[in-house]
Design a protein. Sequence first.
Length: 385
Amino acid sequence: MITPLIHRALTREDLARLVAEIGRLDQSEARAAEEAVQAGAVDSVLDSPVALDAVRGRGGAPAAVPLSILWYVPVRAALRARGVSDVELADYTATLPVVFANWRAVRTVARGETGIGVWWRYVTSLPDGTVAQAEGATDVAALALWWAGCFPEWVSRRMAGRGMLRAYVTFAAQALALAARILGPNGPLWARAAGHADVLTRRREVYHEQRDPSPGDAPSPSPPPPAAAEGAPSIHDLERANRLQQLPPVDQVDRALFVDRMLGGDGTGEVASWARAEFDVSVAATAEAVELVLRAASLEKRMRFERSGALTVSYRWDPTAFPADAFFCTEISVSRELDLDLTPVAFATVSRSERGFEETVQGYAYTPRWPARAGEARLTLVQPT
């Protein structure tokens, strides 16, 4: 697991190189910085404006300082400018790119390869079902999200277009789900959330199509195979019996948390859908919460993650853009029932085994809704006590 390491890894030689870079700008500031280092006031040096100027370098070239300082000083300055004074948070934030930049998987991506194969081989090389494997899975998930979130243009341009961004996010979800299964119900909140969101999207399978059309027949389990002449069913009888009489339902879009739609007054037809919409995303962080602001055509969506574990999702839209009797709704698909004041709808997949077709409940969908004329909606999920 990645933990803050900038302060733990700093050496006197590292600090001496920073002081030398400061001296290139101002000798008096360099002498003051050297005295502060000798007195043990390292943070006062790292937080100083002249250190930031020195690290930024001259003529666009970065300063000749260790990678840890090269990342930490600007990150710390940016957080302080936004009122976030937590040193450990700055240390951890700067640690991520330092670790990733020294990881072979990052160099793989930088060469224009997806990196997903390398990451997954790393996870599977760890002992199955161990905490080490769970921590490894969370690390590669963070790496995938880091690349997709920080360098989306690079990922799209160097690889398989915008579809690769979805692949990175999907890979991260799978890795977090693995960690959730290993850590179990007593794991951290993020792991339990990933476990709840680990649901299958219902898709059409080849064996679904192998059926004898019977218009008007209601769906029913496979009938018992007819007996052959010698009293035992033939292989053809068994195959014929192992067919669906009606195609099972499939999902038109991937199941996930907070899939947003506008429905007509009767609650069935879609007036608008943001399930596949591309959102412009911005991030705001404070010491108490991180908020994602997503904007797409006619919809603003905010997801606020509190330090306490609460998640608040709020929406705004133009009510005049939709029919007066329409309803805005968001579909929350989870792998197990939640303690919500809503009635869930179970969804199942149909698989085939040697015993015939089997229906398995894969999860539950909760769909809160609000009148379109309201123009806004809000819901909050809290961590159980």
